[in-house]
Design a protein around this ligand. Structure first.
Ligand SMILES: Cc1cc2nc3c(=O)[nH]c(=O)nc-3n(C[C@H](O)[C@H](O)[C@H](O)COP(=O)(O)OP(=O)(O)OC[C@H]3O[C@@H](n4cnc5c(N)ncnc54)[C@H](O)[C@@H]3O)c2cc1C
Length: 446
């Protein structure tokens, strides 16, 4: 078949490689000057940075993990790291997740957290129903102390929204419940570990996370067309026209709000739903520093408080690979989320990031030798209370109409790159079946 894939992020190029491997004639149409989307990296002299904040290779899905590591040059091409993530809690370093680090708080805060946790635990056992909004969900799940000392300030900083106006359903699969035994042990100072599925991760030794994209494109056997902004997609009786060119099949991975206007036959109600899918954006600040001593052995840290500056998360990026910074230097990625009101070109913003990190004891501002930033319009999904119904209607239309759409914003699934690759494998399987049988039945990605 002749297949057009709209968008050359990891979703698009992974699927293209799989389909080309079956002998299909595949074209990837990508707006930017090179593929990669959110997985792109860039260099300044001997410094390398990821463009959309710190990315790591990890997955619960062993088949996908192997696929991703192979694209990065396997074990030899990657550095394996045991995750060491912390929260900068006032003047303390608290292991992450916060529940597992509770023993590192002040005695008063430990009492607050444990009292609230036990109260919430009892309420849940007595049948308190799971709240549908995120703000109440935090209280229901973690109790008042954990909420006040970390969960609420941190989540307000990242989501930029009153938490009771956010839905809670998206956290269910993402925030595993720590066993109460672990929390009690943590409170008395016994080390416990949460999020064990992410306890080790990999990173390309050279070239940043984008190396995975390059390894997908190289030898991929498909036609990659960069600098192409898709203008019009129409359906014909036996296929599709993309900017006047005929294809048997079109698969979209472009963020839905960026492709909506090009799709000729979208019903008005679906257009309205897509236009309401406002993204949460990210300015990623890239910082190179001179070092008097090696950076602490940290992977990334969370900064929940306003006095730590606008940054919500800092990646100790030169710890992922020594090739990310020249000798005698280190580098960081500082992530600042926003709702369309910040720009990477704003020098004042960048200076406030450095000042905040300085006062939080992360770096010495006078050691900064490189300060750059990168805009990412589509970074996180705004999980407002109407999101689930809205995206449900949109996905249903695509699935039933025969357009395939997937990807972090191509389907609005809060997916990391491994889950995008898993989706690509599912779409690949579906298209194989379609090519074999000619049966154009809908693909339901649930
Ligand atoms: C802060 C942050 C941290 C993350 N950390 C991790 C991590 O540690 N590990 C991990 O695996 N994942 C991580 N992710 C998620 C990962 O970045 C995404 O899951 C993945 O990159 C999404 O790929 P995609 O191809 O679906 O979308 P995108 O990367 O958004 O690709 C869409 C492509 O469409 C193109 N496009 C847009 N408009 C048009 C048009 N009109 N015509 C043609 N092309 C167009 C864009 O240029 C882009 O290349 C993180 C994401 C963020 C924001």
């Amino acid at each position: 078949m002749k297949i057009a894939i709209l968008g050359g992020g990891i979703s698009g190029v992974a699927l293209a490689r799989m389909l080309a491997g079956d002998g299909h004639d595949v074209a990837v149409l990508e707006k930017a000057d090179r593929p990669g989307g959110l997985c792109k990296s860039r260099s300044y002299g001997e410094f390398t940075f990821d463009e959309a904040g710190g990315h790591i290779v990890f997955s619960k899905d062993q088949e996908v993990l192997k696929w991703q590591l192979d694209r990065c040059g396997g074990e030899a091409g990657t550095q394996r790291t045991v995750r060491n993530t912390k929260i900068r809690w006032h003047d303390r370093w608290v292991p992450y997740p916060f529940e597992n680090g509770v023993g590192h708080l002040t005695q008063e805060a430990i009492v607050d957290c444990m009292k609230g946790y036990v109260e919430a635990y009892v309420q849940r056992r007595l049948g308190a129903p799971c709240p549908t909004n995120f703000g109440d969900w935090i209280q229901w799940r973690m109790g008042d102390g954990f909420a006040r000392h970390f969960m609420v300030p941190y989540n307000q900083k990242i989501w930029k929204r009153e938490l009771t106006t956010m839905a809670s359903d998206w956290v269910a699969g993402r925030v595993p419940e720590a066993p109460i035994d672990d929390i009690l042990r943590s409170a008395i100072g016994v080390t416990t570990e949460g999020y064990t599925h992410q306890s080790v991760f990999w990173f390309p030794k050279r070239g940043g996370f984008e190396t995975m994209v390059k390894g997908t494109v190289e030898g991929g056997g498909f036609d990659l067309q960069c600098g192409v902004t898709v203008q019009r997609v129409e359906r014909t009786k036996d296929g599709f026209l993309v900017d006047g060119q005929r294809f048997d099949l079109v698969v979209n991975t472009v963020p839905l709000p960026q492709i909506e206007a090009t799709l000729a036959d979208l019903p008005e109600a679906v257009r309205a739903d897509i236009r309401a899918l406002v993204p949460i954006s990210l300015v990623n600040v890239m910082i190179g520093v001179r070092l008097d001593e090696p950076l602490p052995d940290l992977s990334w840290i969370y900064l929940p408080f306003a006095e730590q500056g606008p940054t919500n998360r800092v990646t100790y990026y030169s710890n992922y690979s020594p090739h990310n910074a020249p000798a005698g230097h280190g580098c960081f990625l500082a992530e600042v989320t926003h709702r369309g009101d910040l720009r990477a070109s704003d020098g004042e913003l960048l200076r406030s990031v450095v000042t905040g990190l300085g006062s939080a004891g992360i770096l010495r501002p006078e050691h900064v030798v490189l300060l750059e930033a990168c805009d990412n319009e589509f970074a996180y999904i705004d999980q407002d209370l109407a999101f689930r119904d809205r995206i449900g209607r949109v996905r249903r239309w695509f699935d039933e109409s025969g357009y395939i759409t997937f990807g972090r914003f191509g389907r609005y699934e809060y997916h990391n790159s491994d889950q995008c690759v898993r989706r690509a494998m599912q779409v690949h399987e579906h298209i194989r079946e379609l090519a074999r049988t000619g049966d154009r039945r809908p693909l339901l990605l649930t």
